[in-house]
Design a binder for this molecule. Structure first.
Ligand code: SAH
Ligand code: SF4
Ligand code: F3S
Length: 447
């Protein structure tokens, strides 16, 4: 067999962790065709924009990036080459062929469930004929078509176990862009995790738009993965409060590899708003759930997502969100101004909130969340935490890893600890990270 000639592939990823996973898998699919990843779009033979449609700003970024790519494509053509531009991901699914109308430099549009067809579509583009749009929802077919081989670098990897959403929160595009909930078979997931562990991966984050709606239960899957040799840390994201079952909570008490970090979005604190959002839970049900989680795992680091300014949200409703935050106590959180998304029920609702009001509420919410994050980080000072080291730090002699609570931790320590878990005495809390020093007997494992 002769090696295929080298071609340059530039992938730019927007949006959530699942897009990060998908971008890696696209690169895996294209590698056997001779495509080698590059850091810049200049001179690339194939550019893939893996896009996000969640908020208007995210979706609009794609068109400005395409505007920047257009002259690069022309330059490539003047050199006698060709730059294929593919738009993948959730904007591709939501807008389809319209993207090629708005920006004719785009050659291909490929949805999140169709990217296994990239090699075939690229071949057709070279023949300048046939399909330029793939946006069906063949989730099962996609996973079956992906290569076993994954080019992982580093100690931590994402692994998609569930995709799509049947919840239809009234603000959200995901059920339309990712399709119906689909769970990969456990055997395929365990096999992928075993291959990752064999390549030196020590931490996996199980991904799903509703990861805890995993068919057959997320906890049995976690318990099976925890038995894989070398896999010391398991995380999962994102969970929905409605799917947080008692065995998953129990797993947090029982499975050592399951990290004490839970991303459990509540979105809002007013029951009236939660109902209009079609969340299917009340604020109180969420708070009681957090209580049960903390009985199982008292040190659980809680994370969440919030939307301010959903249609009809009053100042009193917003105060209810602040009250939920005050009671739940977050270690980290993401908060957003409501963005009106075409085709979602929220977009047509009465009582859209003025932009200035949204700005003001977001600022107040973020101030509270930042204070909680700082408080959580400060509470770690003086403790000794196991840190999984991932990479060299910014300063010479420094290495960076993560605590069980997902905080970045930087330490002056030998590079040989990268890829290993060591005990670190936390000495200082910074804005978004911790500083520490290796403990007396730092390495917590046989060499
Ligand atoms: N599947 C996950 C995450 C969905 S998208 C979940 O159910 O929690 C990530 C976050 O983006 C959401 O949790 C929500 O807070 C935010 N988001 C979704 N749609 C939005 C919109 N129209 N405007 C603003 N924020 C939005
Ligand atoms: Fe969107 Fe709601 Fe589904 Fe999450 S649960 S992806 S917020 S519709
Ligand atoms: Fe964005 Fe799609 Fe993820 S809309 S957040 S890339 S599921």
């Amino acid at each position: 067999m002769t090696a295929a000639p080298q071609k340059r592939l530039y992938i730019k990823t927007y949006g959530c962790q699942m897009n990060v996973y998908d971008s890696e898998r696209m690169a895996d699919l294209l590698r056997p065709l001779g495509y080698c990843a590059t850091e810049t779009p200049e001179g690339a033979d194939l550019v893939v924009l893996n896009t996000c449609h969640i908020r208007e700003k995210a979706a609009e970024k794609v068109y400005s990036e395409l505007g920047r790519l257009k002259p690069l494509k022309a330059a490539r053509a003047r050199e006698g080459g060709a730059m294929i531009i593919a738009v993948a991901g959730c904007v591709a699914q939501a807008e389809g062929a319209e993207i090629m109308t708005r920006q004719p430099a785009v050659d291909l549009v490929i949805g999140p469930q169709s990217y296994h067809r990239l090699p075939e579509l690229i071949a057709r583009t070279h023949r300048a004929s046939g399909e330029r749009l793939a946006a069906d929802f063949a989730t099962e077919e996609k996973f079956d078509a992906l290569p076993n081989e994954r080019a992982v670098s580093g100690v931590s990897a994402f692994l998609t176990v569930q995709e799509g959403c049947d919840k239809f929160c009234s603000f959200c595009v995901v059920p339309y862009t990712r399709g119906a909930e689909y769970s990969r078979p456990a055997a395929a997931i365990v096999a992928e995790a075993e291959r990752l562990a064999a390549k030196g991966v020590r931490e996996i984050t199980l991904l799903g738009q509703n990861v805890n709606a995993y068919a057959g239960g997320l906890s049995p899957l976690i318990r099976a993965l925890a038995r894989i040799n070398g896999l010391d840390r398991i995380r999962y994201t994102t969970s929905h409060p409605r799917d947080m079952d008692e065995d998953l909570i129990a797993a947090h008490a029982e499975v050592e590899a399951l990290m004490p970090y839970l991303h459990l979005p509540v979105q809002a604190g007013s029951d009236r708003v939660l109902k209009a959002m079609n969340r299917g839970h009340t604020a109180d049900a969420y708070l009681r759930l957090i209580e049960r989680v903390r009985v199982a795992r008292p040190d659980m680091a809680l994370s969440g997502d919030f939307i301010v300014g959903f249609p009809g949200e009053t100042e009193a409703d917003f105060q209810a969100t602040l009250a939920v935050v005050a009671e739940a106590r977050y270690a980290s959180a993401f908060s957003f101004k409501y963005s009106r998304r075409p085709g979602t029920p929220g977009a047509a609702m009465q009582g859209q909130v003025a932009e200035a009001e949204k700005d003001d509420r977001l600022q107040r919410l973020q101030a509270l969340l930042a204070a909680q994050q700082a408080e959580f980080n400060v509470s770690c000072v003086g403790r000794t935490l196991p840190v999984l080291f991932e990479k060299p730090g910014r300063h010479p002699g420094q290495i960076i890893g993560r605590s069980p609570y997902l905080q970045g931790v930087h330490v002056t320590a030998p590079q040989s600890l990268i890829g290993r878990i060591a005990a670190v005495a936390i000495t200082r809390a910074e804005r978004n990270s911790l500083a520490g020093a290796l403990a007396h007997t730092p390495v917590l494992e046989p060499a």
